[in-house]
Design a protein around this ligand. Structure first.
Ligand code: FAD
Length: 409
C-alpha cells in the first residue's frame, strides 16, 4: 500500500468526476488525484449519446470532458477498467477490483446512476438495448444498420430523443408508454401535447396508456413487444428508457446515510467529513424547493463537482442552485429551469404553432419552473426569477413580448 501525505480518491470517472479533476487542477490542489472508473473511457459527456452521437454526427473522443492529454499531468493517476469495491472509512482507504488498496485523505463518490432494467418475460432476448454509455450506443447503432422497425419503451427524454434520431434516419418508430402522455413526470399536459404532435408529424407512432407485458422472440432474438392491450408490435430492435437508479451501494455499504441518493450537506459532504459525493448518486438539500433533491442532470454534476473541488482547495462554497436541464428532439430545443412538481397554475407565453413558446409554472403565485421551447431568452431570464421566488403578474407573464426580467417583483 502506498503512503501519501495528501491524496483525493475519486470513485467513478463520469461527468462529475471529470469536472472535479479539472477544477482541482485549476485551483492548484496540492496533493495527488486518483481517478478510478469502471468504464474503459476517460470522463465523458452523456447528453450527446442519445442525440448527435447516436445520429453518427460526433466522434467518441469529442465526448470527453477533457482531452486525453490533460490526464498526462503527473498529479493525476487515472485508473480505468477498475471498480471501487469497498470503502474502509476507519482506515481511510478504498479497495479496488484489481486487488489494490488505495489510501485517501479525502474521498469523493461520483458513481452516477445505472439504467432501470425490465424483468418482463423475454427481457434477456438479443436486440433489446438500454442507453447509458458509449458501448450501449455503439451497439444500438450497429443494430440500426440492419433494423427497420424500432420499438422504444418509455416516452421520457431518452426514449423521445432516440425516437427523433431514428425517425430522421428513416426507421419505423413506435414508442410504448404506460402513462397517458409523453414526458408526464416532468412537463405539463400542454407541453406533452406539443411533443406528441411533433413526433406524430415525423411519423412516429405513439402508443400511450400502454403497458408492457412481454417481449416476443425467435431463436433468442427479439421480434416484437407485447403490450397490456394484447397486441404484439413487431420490432427488429428495442430500446428501453424507463429511468435510472442511483449507484448508492458503495456509500451504503460503508455505513453512510442514503435516502433516494447518498445524503450530502450543502458542501456536498456526507456525514463523514472526509467523504464527499457528487452528481446523479446524491440527494442534497434544496433551500429553494424546501426538501431533499436527487437530480439527474449535467448541471447538478458539474456544479457539485466544482463545490467539492473548491472546498478541497480551502474554499467555502455551498451548493444550492435552481436546477436546469435540456432535451433536443428534431430541431426543437427544450430548456427547463426549476422543478414544476406541485404547481397549481401554468401560464403559456407564445404560441406552440410558432414552435417557440414557454410554459411557466406557478405555485401559490410564486414562479417555480419554466419549460422554454426554442425560447432561449426566457430560459436565461427565468433562472433569476425562480431563485428570487418572484411572483409575476400572470397577465403580463402571458405576453411573450414582455421580457421575463422585467417581471421580477
Ligand atoms: P455518470 O456520468 O453516470 O458517471 C458515473 C461513473 O461512475 C460511470 O462511468 C460509472 O460506470 C462509474 N462507476 C459507478 N460505480 C463505480 C465503482 N464502484 N467504481 C468505479 N466506477 C464506478 N443531462 C442533462 O442535463 N441534459 C441532457 O440532455 C442529458 N441527456 C442525457 C442523455 C443520456 C443518454 C444519458 C444517459 C444521460 C443524460 N443526461 C442529461 C444526464 C447526465 O448525463 C447525468 O446527469 C450525468 O452524466 C451525471 O454525471 P455523474 O458523474 O454523476 O454520473
Amino acid at each position: 500500500m502506498d503512503t501519501v501525505s495528501k491524496q483525493v480518491v475519486i470513485a467513478g470517472a463520469g461527468h462529475a468526476a471529470g469536472q472535479l479533476v479539472a477544477t482541482l487542477r485549476q485551483k492548484k490542489y496540492t496533493g495527488n488525484i486518483v481517478l478510478i472508473g469502471e468504464e474503459p473511457w476517460l470522463p465523458y459527456q452523456r447528453p450527446p449519446l442519445s442525440k448527435k452521437y447516436l445520429a453518427g454526427e460526433l466522434e467518441a473522443e469529442r465526448l470527453y470532458v477533457k482531452p486525453a492529454s490533460f490526464y498526462e499531468d503527473p498529479a493525476i493517476d487515472a485508473r480505468l477498467n477498475v471498480r471501487v469495491e469497498s470503502i474502509d472509512r476507519a482506515a481511510r482507504l478504498v479497495r479496488t477490483s484489481d486487488g489494490n488498496t488505495i489510501p485517501y485523505t479525502d474521498l469523493v463518490i461520483a458513481t452516477g446512476s445505472r439504467v432501470r432494467r425490465l424483468t418482463v418475460p423475454g427481457s434477456d432476448l438479443d436486440g433489446i438495448h438500454y442507453l447509458r454509455d458509449i458501448e450501449d450506443v455503439d451497439a444500438i447503432r450497429r443494430g440500426l444498420a440492419t433494423a427497420k422497425r424500432l420499438v422504444i419503451v418509455g416516452a421520457g427524454y431518452i426514449g423521445l430523443e432516440v425516437a427523433a434520431v431514428a425517425a430522421r434516419l428513416g426507421h419505423e418508430v413506435t414508442v410504448v408508454e404506460m402513462a397517458d402522455r409523453v414526458m408526464s413526470r416532468v412537463v405539463s399536459p400542454e407541453l406533452s401535447a406539443f411533443y406528441e404532435a411533433l413526433h406524430r408529424d415525423e411519423g412516429v407512432v405513439l402508443e400511450l396508456d400502454t403497458g408492457l407485458e412481454a417481449f416476443a422472440g425467435e431463436s433468442g432474438r427479439v421480434t416484437g413487444v407485447t403490450t397490456t392491450a394484447g397486441e404484439t408490435i413487431p420490432a427488429d430492435l428495442v430500446v428501453v428508457g424507463v429511468g435510472i437508479l442511483p449507484n448508492v451501494e458503495l456509500a451504503a455499504d460503508a455505513g453512510l446515510p442514503v435516502d433516494n441518493g447518498i445524503v450530502v450537506d450543502e458542501r456536498c459532504a456526507t456525514e463523514d467529513p472526509h467523504v464527499y459525493a457528487v452528481g446523479d448518486c446524491t440527494a442534497h438539500l434544496s433551500r429553494i424547493y424546501g426538501g431533499r433533491l436527487r437530480l439527474e442532470s449535467v448541471q447538478n454534476a458539474l456544479e457539485q463537482a466544482k463545490v467539492v473541488a473548491t472546498n478541497l482547495c480551502g474554499g467555502e462554497l455551498v451548493y444550492d442552485q435552481v436546477p436546469w436541464f435540456w432535451s433536443d428532439q428534431y430541431d426543437i430545443k427544450l430548456q427547463i429551469v426549476g422543478l414544476s412538481q406541485g404547481y397549481d397554475q401554468t401560464v403559456q407565453r407564445g404560441n406552440p404553432a410558432d414552435r417557440s413558446f414557454s410554459c411557466v409554472y406557478l405555485r401559490e403565485g410564486r414562479m417555480i419552473a419554466i419549460d422554454a421551447v426554442n425560447a432561449p431568452r426566457d430560459f436565461m431570464q427565468a433562472k433569476a426569477l425562480i431563485a428570487a421566488g418572484a411572483r409575476p403578474d400572470p397577465e403580463r407573464l402571458a405576453d411573450p413580448d414582455t421580457p421575463l426580467k422585467t417581471l421580477a417583483s
